[in-house]
Design a protein around this ligand. Sequence first.
Ligand SMILES: [Zn+2]
Length: 249
Amino acid sequence: MYKTEAIVLRGIDYGETNKIVTLLTRDFGKLSVMAGGAKKPQSRLTAASQPFTHGHWILYGGGKGMLRASQAEVIESFRSIREDLYKTAYTAYVMELTERFVEEREPSQGLFFLVLNMLHQIAAGKDAEILIRIFEIKMLRVAGIEPDLLHCTHCRKEISLAVRFSIRLAGPLCESCHDADPQAIWMKPAVFKLMRLFQMIDISRIGTISVQDEVKRQLASVIRQYYDEYTGVTLKSRHFLEQMDRYKL
Ligand SMILES: [Zn+2]
């Protein structure tokens, strides 16, 4: 039997009354769990199985078969996110990114609290776009493909600032190497500084970060191109976010 806190990354219907939920657990990493009866309105599992709900779970079984949920209780349902289209869209992206990047049964409390803190900060009404950028940068570390922002990616010299970022060489270029990759992206110094800050910042301690629109756009673009080159994942929820931005929904 397993007892753990978890966040529901996603749930898919299974049969008439069951759900298979993907949990990010605090103690056992990502797990797929059969939640029997989780589609029945009177089941206690129903509320706890909703996407991005934080709860206490008791699981049993396993071995070669799928784990089953015997009990689950809601700790926080994040109603303020559910009642807001934007917050829901950003949160769906956080859940999908986590689901796709994390292997099953690789426990990481750091990751669990990173995702949980994201939920709390989005719910609290912090700038979700900036939060998402921080999360994207931090997830590159989880995936083992984080760029080194302390050194020039070409000559390895330590740098304090960079105005070009090479996607192909996976990092910033110093002044003497800035043409090492003709396709390297030009960016405002603020973009580089934020990327560095975001690698280190603790999400639970973020106050107000005010960022110019142009800097936000460049930051999103650099990270987007980096993801496209190195992760090879397409995310439905990101497409929706981009549409939302484009049409200023
Ligand atoms: Zn260099």
